[in-house]
Design a protein around this ligand. Structure first.
Ligand SMILES: [Zn+2]
Length: 300
């Protein structure tokens, strides 16, 4: 029997089962229009979501929205779609096991996709001692609110940069001294986890832009914790922060290119030795730079 001859019967069975039984989870049936009876898998891949990247805690994914999509939401929050239908989504270090993407097409139909987010095993060290928090000095209490206000204002600056589409490069190549997400638990009390990745390099080592972007913060003087802080917006809600710099070469509003020198490693702010702290955020989600830049190349 030819495939064509078998198709109508198969399609009829599909509709019948579809009313009371879950659709078979064959790849092609992953995405389908809701609000109507489930239909046979559509041959046109443009009618479905496509993804590049890892659906994992701390990971980011570039997606392609179904053809005709005019609106997109991730767990109810709107996500912009570029003209080529690409979009960026990312998953916080502590993201739950699933998320829902919904594309609304021009004709009102919705294409829904349940995403499964793989959990990570973070580097957690349990100590029996209590944390040695330095007693905040009056000076810190006085200047910190202003520093946080600058950081928050920078995060609200959305540029139209397309750096989010690029494969990120490492801003410096060297030994990773602290991984993203690592955390200490003091006598059962979790301390805050490490929000970025630390790369140990001597003071003065040139720091490169990992992707195209627009400078949204270039500290005029060292911040109490972050030291000389530089923040670059890569568009689509993704931004980088570089901390403890000895030098910043760029100004707020400046467009930087992937691979362009933007500053130099240092140990300003709270740092026990010279290193680059690089953190990435997508909206309010903290992202692991290692997943976006890939394995650290071997240093020369
Ligand atoms: Zn760090």
């Amino acid at each position: 029997m030819s495939l064509a001859a078998r198709l109508p019967a198969a399609a009829a069975l599909w509709v019948l089962l579809g009313t009371c039984v879950d659709l078979p989870r064959a790849g092609a049936a992953d995405a389908y229009a809701t609000g109507a009876l489930p239909q046979a898998p559509q041959a046109d891949p443009a009618s479905r979501f496509a993804f590049e990247g890892q659906m994992i805690q701390g990971g980011a994914v570039i997606g392609v929205a179904p053809k005709g999509a005019t609106l997109l939401t991730l767990d109810g929050a709107s996500v912009p779609i570029a003209l080529d239908r690409r979009f960026l989504i990312a998953f916080d270090r502590d993201a739950g096991p699933s998320a829902t993407l919904v594309a609304t097409l021009g004709n009102g139909q919705q294409v829904r996709k349940q995403l499964t987010i793989a959990p990570r095993a973070w580097d957690i060290s349990r100590l029996n001692t209590l944390p040695k928090y330095p007693v905040p000095r009056p000076e810190f209490e006085r200047v910190r609110p202003g520093e946080l206000a600058q950081i928050n204002a920078a995060r609200r600056m959305q540029s139209d940069s397309t750096g989010w589409r690029q494969a990120m490069l490492w801003p410096v190549v060297g030994r990773i001294s602290t991984l993203f997400g690592s955390q200490r638990i003091y006598a059962g009390e979790p301390g805050s986890y490490h929000s970025g990745i630390d790369i140990a390099r001597p003071t003065g080592t040139v720091v490169l832009a990992p992707a195209d972007g627009v400078v949204v913060l270039a500290a005029a003087k060292p911040f109490t914790l972050e030291g000389n802080l530089l923040m670059v917006d890569h568009g689509a809600g993704l931004n980088s922060a570089f901390m403890h710099l000895s030098k910043i070469n760029v100004r707020v509003g400046e467009h930087v290119r992937r691979g362009q020198p933007i500053g130099a490693v240092g140990m300003t702010g709270r740092a026990t030795g010279p290193h680059l702290h690089w953190s990435l955020k997508w909206r309010d989600s903290r992202i692991d730079p290692l997943l976006l830049a890939g394995p650290m190349p071997v240093a020369e």
